[in-house]
Design a protein around this ligand. Structure first.
Ligand SMILES: [Zn+2]
Length: 261
């Protein structure tokens, strides 16, 4: 038997009384487990196994592709986006969908039994922002950049991803109004190389700096993004993620179009 902190990423009804759950655990990474009796009114898990709940679990790990057996889940934190005071129904819904998006991304992005405690902590912090009063769009974007970095998918931003020529867009002498970002190559392209590449996005040096800041271990506070940065980076990061995954995540169309929605 193993113990871990876990965030519920998905629940599927299984038989009359049980659930199959996908969990992001701090200690073991993502895992799939069966929770027997979880659908009974007074079952052993009470109400711990709701989407995006944080719980302390006890699990029996199984070999190969078999589902683990969840024997205990104690609720530590509930995702409360729909109960936030002082918001309109639509604002609550936006926050709920943003939470669903985070859960979807974590399911798509992480592998089973590949622990990333930093990513777990970043997720927890982001859930608190989403069902708190942090700017929603910026909170999700800050999380995505941090996750991209933590999972080793960070794009190259300081030199051309094709020819390695330095691209010092932070220097005061940088005189270009735009920088080309290659989605397929995963990084910036210099003026010489950019005409040879497809699937490119143009962004301002300022937005690129914000992107670069966000690609770090600790993440950045959502307040770092200006509305202008956000309106450039939201589509860029979405397209980058689609290029990485090879398809459009289901919940991505519900992402806020402005920094503070
Ligand atoms: Zn180049």
């Amino acid at each position: 038997m193993e113990k871990s902190d876990a965030i519920v990423l998905r629940t599927i009804e299984f038989s009359e009384t049980s659930l199959i759950v996908t969990l992001l655990t701090r200690e073991f990474g993502k895992l799939g487990a069966i929770a027997k009796g979880a659908r009974r009114p007074k079952g052993p898990f009470e109400s711990a196994l709701n989407l995006l709940s944080v719980c302390r679990i006890v699990v029996i790990r199984k070999a190969n592709d078999n589902l683990d057996l969840l024997t205990e889940a104690k609720l530590e934190r509930r995702f409360r986006a729909t109960e936030l005071p002082g918001l309109t129904q639509q604002q609550r819904l936006n926050r709920l969908y943003a939470g669903y998006y985070i859960a979807e991304m974590l399911r798509l992005w992480t592998d089973d039994s590949d622990p990333h405690p930093d990513l777990y902590d970043a997720t927890l912090q982001t859930l608190k922002r989403i069902d708190g009063d942090a700017p929603l769009g910026a909170s999700v974007l800050a999380f995505e950049l941090q996750a991209i970095h933590l999972l080793g998918h960070g794009p190259r931003t300081d030199s051309c991803v094709d020819c390695s020529a330095p691209m010092d867009h932070r220097s005061p002498n940088f005189d270009k109004k735009t920088v080309t970002f290659g989605l397929l190559e995963g990084g910036v392209l210099c003026d010489r190389c950019s005409p040879n590449h497809h699937q490119t996005v143009v962004c301002s040096p300022n937005a690129l700096q914000a992107l670069q800041k966000g690609l770090c271990l600790e993440g950045i506070p959502p307040e770092t993004f200006t509305p202008a940065n956000y309106s450039e980076l939201r589509p860029l990061v979405s397209r980058y993620i689609v290029t990485m995954l090879g398809f459009v995540p289901r919940m991505s169309r519900f992402l806020p179009t402005a920094v503070d929605v």
